[in-house]
Design a binder for this molecule. Structure first.
Ligand SMILES: Cc1cc2nc3c(=O)[nH]c(=O)nc-3n(C[C@H](O)[C@H](O)[C@H](O)COP(=O)(O)O)c2cc1C
Length: 215
C-alpha cells in the first residue's frame, strides 16, 4: 500500500474541544468532514489514545474551532504535541467557554456537536455527530493538513521546542522536583529528567517516566 496516496485526501486543521467534568481538554484534529445535511452532521476520527477522545466518549459532546492560515504555530504544538492528561492546554491560549465547551478566540468558524453514533476501529474511534450550533466568525483561508505537512510543521516543532525550554527553566528556577506518583521517589540524578531515555523506570517501584510529575 502506498501511504503517499492517502496524503492526497484533503483535510483542514481544527482545534477540538471537550470537557472533563468541567476541566477543559482538547487536541488538534484533521480527520473531520461534513457527512449529512439532515440532520446536519459531521464525522470526526480520534485516535484511541487521545484523552480528548475519552472525554467525548463520556460526555457525547465536543466543539471545533476552524484554524486560519495565519495562526501562530504554537497553537498546533500546544494542542497536538502534548496530552491534556498532563497539561492544561486551554490556559496557554486565548479562548472562551460557551455552555460548558471551549473555543479558540482566534477562529474562522466554530461548531458545537453532539455525538449520534460512535464506531470503534483498532486505532481510532469514528464519531458521527450532529452539528447543534455553527457560527461563521470571519473570512480568511482555512489552514489545511497539506499546509502543515508542506511548510508549517517545522515552525510548529520549533515553537514547541522553545516552549519546552522555557518550561524547563521555569521548573528549575521554581525548585520543583520530578516525583514518582506511585511510590513518592524523588528523582535527583545528574541527567535532566526530560533527557532520560523513554524506557527509564522508577528505581523503587519500576513504573515508567509517564507516571512522574513535577512537584
Ligand atoms: C497536524 C496534526 C493532525 C492531527 N490529527 C489528528 C486527528 O485527526 N485525530 C486525532 O485523534 N489526533 C490527531 N492528532 C494528534 C493529536 O492532536 C495529539 O495526539 C494530541 O496530543 C492528543 O491530545 P489529548 O491526549 O489531550 O487528546 C493530530 C496532530 C497533529 C499535529
Amino acid at each position: 500500500m502506498d501511504m503517499n496516496a492517502l496524503y492526497k485526501l484533503t483535510h483542514g486543521l481544527y482545534v477540538l474541544g471537550a470537557s472533563d467534568n468541567g476541566k477543559m481538554v482538547g487536541s488538534i484534529v484533521d480527520a473531520v468532514m461534513q457527512v449529512a445535511n439532515k440532520p446536519m452532521a459531521i464525522a470526526l476520527s480520534c485516535t484511541n489514545t487521545s484523552y480528548t477522545k475519552e472525554c467525548i466518549d463520556r460526555t457525547g459532546e465536543f466543539s471545533l474551532s476552524v484554524l486560519c492560515k495565519d495562526i501562530p504555530p504554537f497553537i498546533v504544538a500546544n494542542f497536538g504535541y502534548q496530552s491534556s492528561r498532563t497539561t492544561d492546554k486551554w490556559s496557554a491560549v486565548k479562548h472562551y467557554i460557551n455552555n460548558g465547551l471551549p473555543y479558540l478566540q482566534d477562529n474562522l468558524a466554530v461548531f458545537r456537536c453532539k455525538v449520534l453514533h460512535s464506531y470503534k476501529l483498532e486505532s481510532n474511534t469514528l464519531f458521527v455527530a450532529e452539528v447543534t450550533d455553527a457560527v461563521d466568525n470571519k473570512s480568511g483561508e482555512p489552514l489545511t493538513y497539506l499546509d502543515y505537512r508542506s511548510y508549517f510543521r517545522q515552525e510548529v516543532m520549533t515553537s514547541f521546542q522553545n516552549f519546552q525550554k522555557e518550561n524547563k527553566t521555569m521548573a528549575e528556577e521554581s525548585g520543583k522536583k520530578w516525583v514518582c506518583t506511585v511510590c513518592g521517589y524523588v528523582y535527583d540524578g545528574d541527567i535532566p529528567f526530560e533527557d532520560l531515555p523513554d524506557d527509564y523506570v522508577c528505581p523503587l517501584c519500576g513504573v515508567g517516566k509517564d507516571l512522574f510529575e513535577l512537584q
